[in-house]
Design a protein around this ligand. Structure first.
Ligand SMILES: O=C(O)C1=C[C@@H](OP(=O)(O)O)[C@@H](O)[C@H](O)C1
Ligand SMILES: C=C(OP(=O)(O)O)C(=O)O
Length: 424
């Protein structure tokens, strides 16, 4: 699908989409809880749908209602020899240790960008937990055979926090007395979100400085009612759209959330956007914007909206943490440089820093998402202040995290034209 966005003024209100990070964790916890969990405000993005399918294939009964999803869990009882995590990095890294709780041999697969993302972590760590594993050179498909034993283990957290999320979730179901020690953990707030959701489902982990995670006694996940939070990662694009092109209210955003991407507010403040008071609502308005500095090492998904913001700030913005972007849905440092380059915005990558030369004028252009949802959304937001329409090719990439995105920006006043591919 191609989507064209013409320069527009932003005005209005929308409700943030449900967080896929929170939803996928809740689905995993519900699978592990014996009994019926009810998920309110469920996410329906591709990553969330993949998580629901994995939970079903691992033995949960999933009932989809209009406004809620009921998941009846009974521990991990695989129905098939293969599970497919779609394109979700969190999905595969979280469900692999969870699936390994079973003693059956299971193949874990995915598609799209996921097949090239690194999984060698599991080959280093799972054998120490009694799990046999085979992979294709540290990539998918993985073949595992448990059952996972929750032994004391030391892991490297520098590539991704998602592996630790998976171990924590799995340990929560079986650990008696065990500790996970992690070196050089990145994306720490995502682990805070994992611990918060585990606790909501009745499993407490005692952590020291995000370095050691203790399981002090045997616990079990309890079925609960759970409401999925609004997604700061997706909302960041709408808030930036308001800051550069008008004014908008985004509802259902909690400033006390554990989500790392609430750090978008820090960037908006530094850039000089107007931030108006609201309760569970962010109200942002356009003002003269200045370049800013931000360390996005622990909130890597903010790079794309931050670049769209920085393109509108007169001067050079410096964002730290580029090395965290190499193994996302695309190599995001490079894809941002390439696609914003087509719109006339110069981006330099120097070591771990990204420098965005903003305020030089955004040009209408045809850009490509590289099958990366956040690249598509960043280009769409940049279009709002371009000198002509921006056409995003492979625009359906947004379905991974935020299928409502183009409708939401259109509700806020963006001129959006969707061109579906005619099937021959
Ligand atoms: O746990 C999560 O929900 C996520 C963790 C982050 O990954 P890393 O820990 O690899 O940075 C983030 O980029 C990803 O989109 C979602
Ligand atoms: C990198 C992302 O997700 P994941 O790693 O879960 O595929 C993302 O949503 O930007």
């Amino acid at each position: 699908m191609r989507v064209s966005i013409s320069p527009s003024v932003i005005k209005g209100a929308v409700t943030a989409n449900p967080s896929k990070s929170a939803m996928q964790r809740a689905v995993a916890a519900a699978l592990l809880a014996k009994g019926k969990t009810v998920i309110h405000n469920p996410g329906l993005s591709n990553d969330c749908l993949a998580a629901l399918e994995v939970a079903e294939n691992l033995g949960a009964v999933v009932k989809r209602g209009e406004e809620t999803i009921e998941i009846t869990g009974n521990g991990v009882q695989p129905l098939h020899e293969e599970i497919n995590c779609g394109e979700s990095g969190l999905g595969i890294r979280m469900f692999t240790p969870v699936a390994a709780l079973s003693e059956k041999t299971i193949t874990i697969n995915g598609h799209g960008s996921l097949v090239t993302r690194p999984m060698h972590f599991f080959e280093e760590v799972l054998p120490q937990l009694g799990v046999q594993i085979k992979s294709r050179d540290g990539k998918l498909p993985l073949e595992i055979r448990g059952p996972l034993q929750a032994n004391n283990v030391t892991i490297d957290g520098s590539l991704s926090s998602q592996f630790l999320t998976g171990l924590l979730m799995a340990f929560g179901a079986v650990a008696d007395k065990a500790a996970i020690t992690v070196k050089d953990l990145k994306s720490k707030p995502y682990i805070a979100l994992t611990l918060q959701i585990m606790e909501h489902f009745g499993v407490k982990v005692r952590q020291e400085n995000f370095e050691v995670f203790h399981f002090d006694s045997k616990q079990s996940y309890r079925p609960v009612e759970y409401t999925v939070e609004g997604d700061w990662s997706g909302a960041a694009f709408l808030l930036v759209a308001a800051a550069v092109a008008g004014k908008a209210e985004v509802h259902h955003l909690n400033t006390q959330s554990a989500q790392s991407d609430k750090a978008i507010m820090e960037a908006l403040e530094k850039a000089g956007a107007e931030i108006l008071p609201g309760v569970f609502t962010m109200i942002i308005a356009k003002k003269e914007l200045k370049p800013f500095e931000l360390d996005a090492t622990d909130c890597p998904d903010l790079f794309p909206p931050l670049v769209a913001l920085a393109a509108n700030c007169k001067g050079v913005t410096r964002i730290k943490g580029v090395s965290r972007l190499a193994h996302k849905e695309s190599d995001r440092g490079l894809t941002l440089q390439q696609e914003f380059g087509k719109m006339g915005i110069r981006i330099n990558l120097e070591g771990d820093d990204m420098f965005v030369h903003g305020g030089t004028g955004i040009k209408g252009a045809t850009v490509h998402s590289h099958n990366d949802h956040r690249i598509a959304m960043a280009c769409a937001v940049a279009a709002l202040t371009a000198d002509g329409p921006v056409t995003v090719e492979n625009a359906e990439a947004i379905n991974k995290s935020y299928p409502e995105f183009y409708d939401h920006i259109a509700t806020l006043g963006a001129a959006v034209t969707k061109e579906e591919k005619v099937q021959s």
